[in-house]
Design a protein around this ligand. Sequence first.
Ligand code: AVI
Length: 367
Amino acid sequence: MVWHYDGPSRRGRSSCRGRPSNPRWLARCLIPRTLVPSRPGGATAPQIERLSSAPSRLEFARDVAAGLSDVPRWLPSRFLYDARGSALFEEICRLPEYYPTRTESAILAAHAEALAEITGPVTLVELGSGSAVKTHHLLRAYGAALHRVHYVSIDVSEAALADAAERIVTQHPAVRVTSVVGRYEEAFQLFGRYSPCLVLFLGSTIGNLNHAESMVFWDRVAEHLAPGDFFLLGVDLVKDPQVLERAYNDAAGVSAEFTRNVFRRMNRELDAGLDLDAIEHVARYNAAWQRIEISARFRNGQAVRIAPLETTIDIGAGEMVMTEISRKFEVRRLVNYVACFGLAARAIYTDPRRWFGVLLLQRKEES
Ligand code: AVI
């Protein structure tokens, strides 16, 4: 379902491999194929670049101690994603209750060609790409339209990047992959290098940022995109709270294990000495704030040791530690919000139930 679209018309196709007469497409069609380094079977070898290494044990200790000392107590959600946490999140994405992944994937499958036609030739730059499964639809459409496509994937997990790159170059011979190990917050500096680009920020990861983090995020996006560059945003939409709460309280208990995983990591890396069986996962929809709030409830009082800092924090029986928020959005409000940062909505796609939205934004000219 397309809500609105004010891009170029689909009429006037050129003879360039059946592509439209969009001048950006024509220019890219003239690039000789021989510029692309090749691997057997026509695929190109993935390149790897590092922006940062994993957070140090001391950084983890400091952030955990600060969050647990705060009111209310909280932990930064990025620490949920160690190797086990990333694998658990992949499992969540396949759960029957967790609709966002498959809904967004269906939207991308249905509209990938239209997106490619609107943007013309661009480098695809994905923030927090993970396994990049949904990106396949875009790579298919851009690959069909171009002699070659450059896909730059940025993620903290080198293993996930390597797996995804291997799969992509095998499935999509027209795609050249550059894998960048780093946090997406560090990747803004790359936008200029890859302009003209389409930056992908899928999976409603934007919903995991609080209001202050979100302002900083959009400010930096706007600062680093060149006028005319595109940004594709996947967002989970406001809906029946029962549907939302089911998605974060699955029957198999994978979401609960995902929440508990950060405490397992604290036991391993900080020698925290926590009884994990006494930590409960709680996920509730806060309608006033339009967000799912995920916390860990301590059934018993526990002393949390933070060995690198030689300190202990006491948490009482029944106390909660917030591990994550997942904001839900209304399309019209979000369009107004991003416009404040110089981004115009060029197309808005959703599913028949209007559960998830994919917004194609474009950086406006400086005024
Ligand atoms: C990564 N992020 C968009 C997920 C979400 O839905 O907010 C993280 C998640 N946490 C528990 N389930 C899913």
